[in-house]
Design a binder for this molecule. Structure first.
Ligand code: PAF
Length: 289
């Protein structure tokens, strides 16, 4: 695996790889890789003959300096995992290489609306940091296809919208959330859970699934279901931020008789860990069955 740390060398290496192999898939990450990331890499390898990964803990998307400082950095282990999975190219820039001016003076990409709701309401500036770093990574790597996990569903929609509205030439592929055996979505933040919290954590997914089943079975009292979801999370020991039933296409509030797909999303604290997860509402069985 070729490793690049500066922008110009990475641009050149990605260009050469794209030319040699015909197309390039890209998986942006913040490192501390787990099976969820490796599923993105495996899907990338199915989509293109060459795969590039980035590892960059992006300071612009952290609205809390302590959270940024504490974020797990495990580059040596991450590189061993990527090497073992035959990744072709890794970009692992230092923060001073990636942002050459102080952050508050740096150019940024704003996706209005989607950036301000749900997680964006609790983490001001977060999605602007995400859109900016992903846009810049795309400009360096020029991938044909880029892969993002559905666990960060709001991030996925934000990237899709940015790509569409800025007419970027990259296909965005969504990869389903990878879960532990008990249902907990894999996340670098799970390592903040102590033993007791880890035992409780799968309740987040269970409570989301129960709400999804209620909607699939015909309930349309979304506000009541959301309040119920919040109360259940509290009873399970979480400090929930939101529990929201939204249109899957744009995360807007659904109409009473919504015909499009729905998604249920939640964010909740368990001890030191802020967990997020989401589920699709299963489609109703076809008429007449
Ligand atoms: O999902 C992540 O790990 C990050 O938000 C991303 C997309 C790599 C941007 O820093």
């Amino acid at each position: 695996m070729e490793v690049q740390r500066d922008i110009e060398a990475m641009r050149e290496a990605a260009r050469a790889l794209r030319q040699q192999r015909g197309s390039l898939a890209f998986v942006p990450t913040m490192g501390n890789l787990h099976d969820g990331h490796m599923a993105l890499v495996a899907e990338a390898q199915c989509r293109a003959p060459a795969v590039a990964v980035s590892i960059f803990v992006n300071p612009m998307q952290f609205n809390d300096a302590r959270d940024f400082a504490a974020y797990p950095r495990t580059l040596t282990e991450d590189m061993a995992l990527l090497e073992a999975q035959d990744v072709d190219l890794l970009f692992a820039p230092a923060a001073e290489e990636f942002y050459r001016r102080p952050l508050e003076q740096s150019t940024r990409v704003v996706v209005p609306g989607l950036s301000e709701i749900l997680c964006g309401a609790y983490r001001p500036g977060h999605f602007t940091g995400v859109a900016t770093v992903v846009n810049k990574l795309f400009n360096i790597v020029h991938p044909n296809v880029a892969l993002f996990g559905e666990k960060d569903f709001q991030q996925l929609l934000l990237i899709r919208r940015m790509v569409e509205e800025l007419a970027l030439e990259v296909e965005i592929v969504a990869v389903p959330t990878v879960r532990e055996r008990d249902g907990l979505a894999m996340s670098s933040r799970n390592r903040y859970l102590d033993e007791e919290e880890r035992r409780r954590a799968p309740a987040l997914y269970r409570i989301l699934c129960e709400a999804a089943e209620a909607v699939a079975s015909g309930r349309r009292d979304y506000a009541a279901l959301e309040a119920q979801g919040m109360a259940r999370l509290e009873r399970a020991g979480f400090r929930p931020e939101y529990f929201a039933i939204r249109r899957a296409a744009d995360l807007e509030l659904p109409a009473k008789e919504e015909s499009g797909a729905l998604r249920i999303l939640a964010a909740a604290w368990l001890g030191r860990a802020r967990l997020i997860d989401n589920v699709a509402v299963p489609a109703p069985p076809p008429e007449g069955r």
